[in-house]
Design a protein around this ligand. Structure first.
Ligand code: 13P
Length: 256
């Protein structure tokens, strides 16, 4: 993890009503208050719950993320929500290009890059997701696919924002399946991403960008993943929906 401050982010996906989301946020708030926290912490409720969850978590260290947004500020885009709207509702982060968005809603690298530019302009910190499918891995194309996505989603981002970016490597075959990348598999891809960032952006920026791992992160495998050189945190689905399990993923402050 080098010197980068870890980030533990929960992606609640299409789960929880407003009341349920506020209840989970309240439990996380209480749990956070009781422990030392050695990471940035973010939760990602549905758009409908962003405002209520943000209110519940106000004054805590826990940030709130949207799970997607439209690239335009406003207009005739039925069913969509903009970065400005998320920001006004209390979000300060946004997850972009999640594999479920790519798989079910046709998102492309170029579309994700355009959303990232717009997110930054709206004052949101994007978490940019990349990851290969099982078929791509089995045909030996993991690094080609993932590094191509990294190049694609970073294209056109303002230079002064690059060091503050967060990427998330989520192998599609590990999401919601109970299969986790082995520590070796995770480090191989994270290290390759870091090298690509160093080549394209320079090593000073590459060393600052956080790269989260996602895909069946659980209390019993998180420590091994976070100990890897180029894994700077976790993007968590299922295990973020229960306060106890989510809280147990957050590393304590290292003792001095
Ligand atoms: P799971 O932790 O449920 O595998 O989901 C990972 C994910 O998609 C987080 O964005």
């Amino acid at each position: 993890m080098a010197d980068r401050h870890p980030l533990i982010a929960g992606n609640w996906k299409m789960n929880l009503t407003v009341d349920e989301a506020v209840d989970l946020a309240a439990k996380i708030r209480a749990g956070i208050a009781e422990r030392t926290v050695g990471a940035d912490v973010v939760v990602g409720p549905t758009d409908l719950c962003v405002e209520a969850v943000s209110r519940e978590l106000k004054g805590t260290i826990v940030g709130v993320a949207g799970q997607n947004m439209h690239k335009e500020r406003s207009g005739a885009y039925t069913g969509e929500v903009s970065g400005e709207m998320l920001r006004a509702a209390g979000a300060n982060w946004v997850i972009l290009g999640h594999s479920e968005r790519r798989q079910y809603f046709g998102e492309t690298d170029a579309g994700v890059a355009a959303k990232a530019v717009s997110a930054l302009a709206a004052g949101l910190k994007p978490i940019l997701c990349v990851g290969e499918t099982l078929e791509e891995r089995e045909s030996g194309r993991t690094l080609e696919v993932v590094l191509g996505q990294v190049d694609g989603v970073l294209a056109g981002l303002p230079e002064n924002e690059l060091a503050g970016l967060t990427l998330a490597y989520e192998p599609v075959w590990a999401i919601g399946t109970g299969l986790t990348a082995s520590n070796e598999q995770a480090q191989e891809v994270h290290g390759a991403i870091r090298n690509r960032l160093a080549t394209n952006l320079g090593s000073a920026i590459a060393e600052k960008i956080r790269i989260l791992y996602g895909g069946s992160v659980k209390p019993d495998n998180v420590a091994g993943l976070l100990a890897l050189q180029d894994v700077d945190g976790a993007l968590v689905g299922g295990a973020s929906l229960d306060a106890e399990s989510f809280l147990s993923l957050i590393p304590p402050l290292p003792s001095t």
